[in-house]
Design a protein around this ligand. Structure first.
Ligand code: PEP
Ligand code: CO
Length: 449
């Protein structure tokens, strides 16, 4: 194996990189980003890794969720607060049910680039580069908007820092105080069919906490503060490299743009650039695995990315689809288990269940991407069953969700249908569970636990 360096990926075939203009701007921007302070620290990354190791052993549970892609526009107070609230509420429900501490990881503070299945989008006979996320270009269908612009990487770095700054301030300021969970209610939770069940749970937690504090005669200060970690898809390798550094008093190279980068399903070929880059950094790494993955390929990938078999290093995020998981997952689980490779198993019930429906828009019938709540739940339930049957542990879940009242996924307690999709569809990319659907999903998963 050739020696690793932060740029050794450049000698490998690389997919999904933007066609940046060849005017030198990109290098100027990368130099600037490389000189700016890091977004996260190696100490936090090491802490997450040790918590993920505990989750692999069944002692903790990972809740990983957020937007498919963040947008620059929603880098503002209310969407960030609502995102934290829904993750917090879901984690409370999951903790209550599982009696395990939940690790919260947001798809935020840097989830600004997307892999796409085609290079070009054609409208009325005009073809332009596809939208690849706000770090790269803009969604409007004009040549100017769709031309990759390196300055956006700087805007994305700044917004990641702003998001993280706000998240840290909220957390430190007692936003997540378990003594006052009623303060986390989003306005419209009161109208949810599940409000009563959620409220009962919150009351039970409040009473339990009060009981403990009366008994011990002290206030449980730890309950005023919870951690959030950040993650994004490791996609634009120039950008990831610019934020990859050595740190004093620790060995190795760290990607300090996020705690937890993941390898997407479209860039996971073992001899290509993304795997080459990821194998050399110290962060924990997610690997997205679809139904076409063979056991041999997954074993080879785990060995390449984690040759020393360090626990907490690899999180296998399976995303197979409700119709495929029962046949596709067991061989992978059995093979990894037989090879005694340490991984944390996590189910992403979103990306194998995307479908396209035709919906009447303002002017014409348009194709809209959606997901059915029932399929998402069905995949999760089967994931629990497959792992139970194999004697392995499903140690986490991965959702695309938002704290906003959108209509992007169908079903759930309110029974959203195709005609509802046009009402509040905001995602530029994949459909997300809305606030109520996400909380309902957590309650249903909790029952299953
Ligand atoms: C995603 O998580 O948004 C994504 C693109 O997933 P996958 O690589 O699994 O398709
Ligand atoms: Co997505």
């Amino acid at each position: 194996m050739q020696e690793w360096s932060a740029d050794s990926w450049r000698s490998r075939p690389v997919r999904q990189q933007p066609a940046w203009p060849a005017d030198g701007q990109l290098n100027d921007v990368l130099r600037e980003i490389a000189a700016l302070p890091p977004l996260v620290t190696s100490g936090e990354i090491a802490e997450l890794k040790s918590q993920l190791s505990a989750a692999a052993a069944g002692e903790r549970f990972l809740l990983h969720g957020g937007d498919c892609a963040e947008s620059f526009e929603s880098c503002s107070s209310s969407p960030i607060t609502n995102q934290l609230k829904i993750l917090l509420q879901m984690s409370l429900v999951l903790t209550h049910a599982s009696r395990k501490r939940v690790i919260r990881v947001g798809r935020f503070a840097g989830q600004y680039a997307k892999p796409r299945s085609v290079e070009l989008e054609t409208q009325h006979g005009v073809s332009l580069p596809v939208y690849r996320g706000d770090n790269i270009n803009r969604p409007e269908f004009t040549r100017a908007a769709r031309t990759p612009n390196p300055q956006l990487l700087l805007r994305g770095y700044e917004r990641s820092a702003l998001t993280l700054n706000f998240v840290r301030a909220l957390v430190d300021g007692g936003f997540a105080d378990l003594h006052h969970p009623e303060q986390w209610n989003l306005d419209w939770v009161a109208h949810s069919p599940l409000a009563a069940e959620y409220k009962r749970m919150v009351d039970a937690i409040g009473q339990g906490l009060q009981f403990m504090e009366t008994l011990a005669g002290v206030r449980v200060h730890q309950m005023q503060r919870v951690d959030f970690f950040t993650s994004h898809e490791c996609l634009v390798l120039d950008l990831e490299q610019a934020q990859t550094r050595e740190v004093p008093r620790r060995t190795g190279w760290w990607n300090l743009s996020t705690h937890f980068p993941w390898l997407g399903a479209r860039t996971g070929a073992i001899d290509e650039a993304h795997v080459e880059y990821l194998r050399g950094i110290e962060n924990p790494i997610g690997i997205k695995v679809g139904s076409d993955h063979t056991p041999a390929a997954l074993i080879a990938l785990c060995e390449r990315l984690n040759p020393t078999r360090e626990s907490g290093r690899i999180v296998v995020i399976h995303r197979m689809g409700a119709h495929n998981i029962a046949t596709a997952l067991p061989p992978l689980v059995q093979a990894i288990s037989a090879a005694k490779i340490p991984v944390l198993w996590v189910c992403d019930p979103m990306h194998g269940n995307t479908e396209t429906v035709m919906v009447q828009g303002v002017e014409a019938v348009v194709a809209v991407k959606t997901r059915k709540f029932a399929h998402i739940l069905a995949e999760l339930e089967q994931a629990f069953e497959v792992h139970a049957a194999a004697g392995t542990i499903l140690g986490g879940v991965h959702f695309e969700l938002t704290g906003e009242n959108v209509t992007e996924c169908m079903g759930g307690a309110r029974g959203l249908v195709e005609t509802d999709l046009a009402r509040a569809y905001q995602s530029q990319l994949d459909p997300r569970l809305n606030y109520e659907q996400a909380l309902e999903m957590a309650l249903l998963v909790a029952r299953r636990m």
